[in-house]
Design a protein around this ligand. Structure first.
Ligand SMILES: CC(=O)SCCNC(=O)CCNC(=O)[C@H](O)C(C)(C)COP(=O)(O)OP(=O)(O)OC[C@H]1O[C@@H](n2cnc3c(N)ncnc32)[C@H](O)[C@@H]1OP(=O)(O)O
Length: 210
């Protein structure tokens, strides 16, 4: 599969590594609005994001949005206005994904991550390095599950929300949409949408999320 990455900074680099782990995939371009013109760099096409439409006409490629911010990733996906099947789903060769899990397009599963049976992961999510999504979890679109964090069984993790590094959500709990859970926190009761919660057990510290 030929792949165009949207974004050319830190998160895009990690996605490129995930793509390189699979010999059937090839990155053809990295597009980012920090570029004004289209040029070639070590065999890759680079240029502004609007160049994507030309590439989609010229080649049969798939697209992955490699932007770490959940809000900005969502804005770019909306701006691109492409059908869901234009986006790739990227799984690092050293991730473990149950054949009975469901992953939507645009989502990236990083090395060491485990996605267990009957988990359902939405569009354009980041399931980061060594994170665990246990059985029967539901993860909303544009969510980010950070390195070494854990959603235990049956958790419902909302759209656009960010689970900080090493944080844990205990079984069957719910986190609303566009909320932030601080690094190292433990969620033992429901967290509403659009809040920031931290600590063990996690408490809401701000009535604003992402
Ligand atoms: C590959 C990658 O890099 S993936 C990226 C992974 N990123 C992360 O895991 C980052 C997660 N972010 C955090 O944990 C941040 O601290 C946030 C978002 C929760 C809070 O950030 P801010 O909104 O800037 O809050 P701020 O730093 O002002 O802290 C507010 C209060 O919460 C406390 N606090 C902040 N984060 C935490 C935390 N993770 N656990 C416990 N307490 C915390 C602070 O000590 C402070 O307490 P005080 O008011 O008593 O002094």
């Amino acid at each position: 599969m030929l792949i165009v990455i949207i974004g050319d900074s830190g998160h895009a680099k990690v996605i490129a590594d995930c793509i390189h782990s699979n010999p059937e995939h090839e990155i053809i371009a990295k597009l980012d609005d920090k570029y004004n013109v289209v040029f070639e760099d070590e065999g890759l096409i680079k240029g502004p994001i609007e160049h994507l439409h030309t590439l989609l006409q010229q080649t049969q490629c798939k697209v992955i949005v490699g932007i770490g911010s959940n809000r900005i990733r969502q804005k770019i996906v909306e701006r691109l206005n492409l059908s869901a099947d234009t986006f790739a789903t990227i799984i690092h060769q050293h991730a473990i994904v149950s054949p009975l899990a469901t992953l939507a397009s645009g989502t990236v599963i990083m090395p060491g991550a485990v996605v267990n049976v009957d988990a359902i992961i939405g569009r354009h999510c980041i399931i980061n390095t060594n994170s665990v999504i246990e059985h029967d979890c539901i993860v909303g679109d544009f969510a980010h599950i950070s390195p070494n964090s854990t959603l235990t069984g049956g958790v419902c993790f909302g759209k656009g929300s960010h689970l900080g590094a090493t944080a844990t959500v205990i079984p069957m709990q719910k986190v609303g949409d566009w909320s932030i859970i601080g690094a190292g926190s433990v969620i033992i009761s429901e967290i509403n949408s659009n809040v920031t919660a931290v600590g063990i057990p996690a408490k809401v510290i701000k009535r604003e999320g992402l």
